[in-house]
Design a protein around this ligand. Sequence first.
Ligand SMILES: CC(C)(COP(=O)(O)OP(=O)(O)OC[C@H]1O[C@@H](n2cnc3c(N)ncnc32)[C@H](O)[C@@H]1OP(=O)(O)O)[C@@H](O)C(=O)NCCC(=O)NCCS
Length: 156
Amino acid sequence: MIFKTACKKDIPQLTKLRVEFLKEDFKNIADGDLEILEKNITKYFKKHLNKDAVSFIALDGKNIVATAMLLIIEKPANPNFVYGKVGSVHGVYTLPEYRRQGLALQLIKNLVTYSKENKIDRVELKASKMGAPVYEKAGFELEHDVHQPMVLSLEN
Ligand SMILES: CC(C)(COP(=O)(O)OP(=O)(O)OC[C@H]1O[C@@H](n2cnc3c(N)ncnc32)[C@H](O)[C@@H]1OP(=O)(O)O)[C@@H](O)C(=O)NCCC(=O)NCCS
């Protein structure tokens, strides 16, 4: 198994794996929506990969079998992120037949090392039930924040 960061030529495989991840995470996605998602995911990678998004991958031969993506978000600094750089983890996914072999954990460890080397002050994520034990093993903790997360979904 080879662990590395993805480059442009990996975009078709990264897109395919993200679609697989979304199908598993969201269960019922309409076929029409899947097509739109696939197009927009490819567009996203072309625009952001190795700029403000780094994709950590595990390769079995030429095939990507596990991924973890770090988005690097610049914010006005505050005491929690004095360099003003926050990492956000997305798309942590291992193909079913490769699970429980330590791949996701290794990718998250690589992502954390990269974050330290690049002066990212904190790394945030939202854990699925399956993902939480992996992140805990890598040192992540539940965040106790006085501020409550809120959202407004806009129909565009
Ligand atoms: C979650 C997921 C990425 C884990 O990938 P993985 O490569 O199998 O994880 P690892 O083998 O690195 O697991 C490392 C440790 O985490 C824990 N762990 C991993 N998966 C677990 C599970 N399903 N249940 C309980 N503990 C689990 C174990 O302690 C494991 O070590 P062990 O196998 O020696 O006991 C994978 O199951 C997956 O793709 N799930 C569907 C998508 C998803 O939920 N992604 C996370 C989004 S936040």
